[in-house]
Ligand binder design. Structure first.
Ligand code: PLP
Length: 385
């Protein structure tokens, strides 16, 4: 023991899970103290119901929807499973024989859920990560009305899709658009997307894991059959006693999340420093609009897993490729879809800032990254000698 106090760790992995916001912690604590079933008619039950309804209004207002349009689920994966069904309908439309998904969407959407596998078509993206809208147009024209799912912003690269334009194309072809707004919510304004359904997740906003929502964002959405049936909660759309603490935290996090310029300034500073350290680094999706908090990059010759471990040992938490449930680093279907060369994909690192990030975090990661890259380059030179 040297007696030196341990340096606090720097957490730059908000796209995986954002740290709990104090407002969300307080809201969850209050709900846990209540420990009550919102379906109970006594005063305690009514108080729990009030917390759920307050959260519903807060989540709705984050995305400019009506509170009645919010269906609480256990997270965005369940919200996708609820919304991606052939019997979703609205505005006179009912029943979709096929689902079109974007190749860079999250696995929670790519799965297709209640559509048969052979009814799911994967649409390509351009090298900058933006949906190939010619391919969308061709696919829409090639069959009957389709349900389309395109994410608002990518979890790995931060690339933002032109949701408004995509929604207009889909609607004019008689389809409906489900938009995974998990990473976009609270980071960019999602109130005017024009998508029919939005998918949200509490823990990406600084709430708790265990609450998410499918939100009807246009007044004419008619939900498909419930997956969980029983007690009739969520107006029969999702049975099961509500996770009041997680829902209250979700509402509080939604209310506290306001897109602002501060995070973007940190990310830009980080990228300028990265390019000064490694001018040959590739920043993925740089040519497209991106979330202000996300930077995904690779340095030629540097293996992501090694860099990730070096940063971790020096107290900085970031992500590499897409971490799968086992915690192992898997290849990235997003970078593959963008046709990124394999020498870059094997080095992909994602840095994602958020509500608690400060300038000192940028200084720390730049310092640690500089040291790690220097060591790795020296190692390579020695190996070559
Ligand atoms: N969609 C995107 C873009 C995500 O990043 C994630 C989580 O990583 C999900 C969906 C799944 O969300 P949840 O963890 O709430 O099921």
């Amino acid at each position: 023991m040297t007696g030196q106090p341990a340096r606090p760790r720097v957490y730059l992995d908000h796209n995986a899970t954002a740290p709990l916001r104090p407002e969300a912690r307080a809201a969850a604590g209050a709900a846990m103290d209540l420990a009550c079933n919102p379906s109970s008619v006594h005063a305690e039950g009514r108080r729990a119901r009030a917390l759920v309804e307050e959260a519903r209004s807060r989540v709705a207002s984050l995305v400019g929807a009506a509170p009645a349009g919010v269906v609480f689920t256990s997270g965005a994966t369940e919200a996708a499973a609820f919304a991606l069904t052939p019997d979703l309908g609205g505005d006179g439309r009912r029943g979709f024989g096929r689902l079109l998904v974007c190749a860079t969407d999250h696995a929670a959407v790519l799965h297709g859920h209640r559509f048969q596998r052979d009814a799911v078509t994967v649409l390509p993206v351009l090298p900058d990560g933006l949906l190939d809208r010619d391919a969308l147009g061709d696919a829409l024209a090639a069959g009957g009305p389709a349900l389309v799912a395109v994410q608002a912003a990518n979890n790995e690269t931060g690339v933002i899709q032109p949701v408004r334009e995509i929604a207009a194309t889909v609607r004019s072809a008689g389809g409906m658009l489900v938009c995974d707004a998990v990473q976009a919510a609270g980071r960019i304004d999602c109130r005017d997307f024009g998508a029919d359904v939005l998918l949200l997740s509490g823990h990406k906003l600084g709430g708790l894991a265990g609450a998410g929502a499918a939100v009807a964002a246009t007044p004419d959405v008619v939900w498909g059959a419930a997956m969980l049936r029983g007690g009739g909660q969520e107006r029969g759309r999702r049975a099961g006693t509500e996770n009041v603490a997680a829902i209250a935290a979700f509402g509080a996090a939604a209310a506290a999340s306001a897109p602002g310029p501060a995070v973007g300034a940190l990310r830009d500073r980080f990228e300028a420093a990265l390019l000064a350290l490694a001018p040959d680094a590739e920043i993925f999706g740089r040519g497209a609009p991106r979330l202000p908090n996300t930077s995904a990059f690779a340095v030629p010759g540097v293996v992501a897993e090694r860099l990730l471990m070096a940063l971790d040992l020096d107290g900085v938490a970031v992500s590499s490729g897409s971490a799968c449930a086992s915690g192992k680093v898997a290849g990235s279907h997003v970078l593959d879809a963008m046709k990124v060369k394999t020498d870059f994909t094997s080095g992909a690192i994602r840095v994602s800032f958020g509500w608690d990030s400060v300038a000192a975090d940028v200084d720390r990661i730049v310092h640690v990254l500089g040291t790690a890259l220097h060591r790795m380059r020296r190692g390579r030179l020695r190996a070559a000698a």
